[in-house]
Ligand binder design. Structure first.
Ligand code: AMP
Ligand code: ZN
Ligand code: FE
Ligand code: FE
Length: 278
């Protein structure tokens, strides 16, 4: 039986792992395929592919975009995207530049809250990747002022907490629309983390094609609920670990995996979308 982990980050966003590290871990875990879903970046795809070819591991070109509702943070995954399109690369570049400004704003707010971190150091730790709250959280831990990620996100930089700054540049409909324009399959990431099931029907109206049913942060009840929802709404099912290297303490890669036939379903859907747009 072949398996895939359909939600993996690299150091081109907020994972601590390089493409080579991701691929050798995927090999160790016996995975046939992984989807590289960095936040606002596709830069990890080519190096992962290069490393993957040598080990016979398929790399599915993907993306993770963030959008918001007034009371919810929504992550949208795009699978099998045409990731070299100039207009999209330009958009991602803008998003990453805006992340730097956003980081500076969050650092200022944190200083007001009595947690002093250095924006330049954090930017250095992110290197060429999309800088994000996980980089910030690691720097916060080093100050010794905060004790856990739970405290960091629960009190300071979680969605709409005191030091949170949004980086959202588009609506859910636009993000889903962009993925469709790239011939990609738009999928709602970790709906259990979003915690607002009532938004799912409108996302489907906007063009959503799937739900990430299996995810590290989904317990058995959530998993069952989303399995049923996917069936009811006629959506594709995906799953992945959301591995961030050592970024979340534990290495998650391969901890959540799905049978390879779900990859074939995503590929078929993407082919259909690409044929339609031709
Ligand atoms: P960003 O793209 O900068 O908004 O950061 C998003 C990332 O922050 C997510 O992918 C998670 O890794 C992390 N994150 C967001 N909220 C939480 C939370 N409540 N607890 C732990 N990690 C979180
Ligand atoms: Zn992340
Ligand atoms: Fe996410
Ligand atoms: Fe993710």
């Amino acid at each position: 039986m072949k398996y895939a982990d359909l939600h993996v980050h690299t150091h081109y966003s907020d994972s601590t792992f390089s493409p080579e590290e991701v691929i050798s871990l995927a090999e160790e875990k016996g995975l046939a395929a992984i989807a590289i879903c960095d936040h606002d970046s596709v830069d990890g795809i080519a190096p992962c592919r290069k490393a993957g070819v040598a080990k016979g591991i398929e790399v599915i070109p993907s993306i993770e975009l963030t959008v918001e509702k007034p009371d919810a943070e929504i992550h949208i995954l795009g699978y099998f995207i045409d990731w070299k399109k100039e207009w999209f690369l330009k958009k991602l570049k803008h998003l990453r530049a805006a992340r730097i400004e956003r980081l500076r704003k969050m650092v200022e707010k944190l200083e007001d809250a009595g947690v002093k971190v250095d924006a330049a150091d954090i930017l250095k730790s992110a290197g060429k990747g999309s800088v994000g709250r996980l980089h910030l959280a690691r720097a916060m831990m080093e100050t010794g002022k905060v004790k856990s990620f739970k405290e960091i996100f629960g009190k300071y930089i979680g969605f709409q907490k005191y030091c949170y700054v949004s980086n959202v540049r588009f609506t859910p409909k636009e993000a889903i629309g962009d993925i469709l324009k790239l011939g990609g399959v738009p999928v709602l990431a970790h709906p259990g983390v979003m915690g607002r099931d009532e938004y799912i029907p409108e996302l489907v109206e906007d063009g959503l094609r799937g739900i990430e049913v299996y995810h590290t942060d989904h317990g058995s009840r959530a998993t069952k609920r989303y399995e049923e929802m996917a069936r009811r709404l006629g959506l594709l099912v995906t799953g992945g670990s959301d591995c961030h290297g050592l970024g979340k303490g534990k290495v998650l890669l391969g901890g959540v995996r799905v049978p390879y036939d779900l990859v074939d379903k995503l590929r078929a859907e993407s082919s259909k979308l690409k044929a339609q747009s031709r």
